[in-house]
Design a protein. Structure first.
Length: 52
């Protein structure tokens, strides 16, 4: 599960960089940032729950 989380975070980060690098794909960067934050939040909550 942790590997999947890391892969998704890396993918969202790459998409955000591509979105900012190419002017017409700014929407891609915004979506990637939202997905990155969402994935981080889900990972944080699941990690906290697993430690209990």
């Amino acid at each position: 599960m942790l590997v999947l989380l890391i892969v998704l975070l890396a993918l969202w980060l790459v998409l955000a960089i591509v979105g900012f690098a190419i002017k017409g794909l700014l929407w891609l960067a915004i979506i990637a940032i939202v997905l990155f934050l969402g994935t981080s939040a889900v990972g944080f909550v699941r990690r906290k729950a697993a430690n209990r």
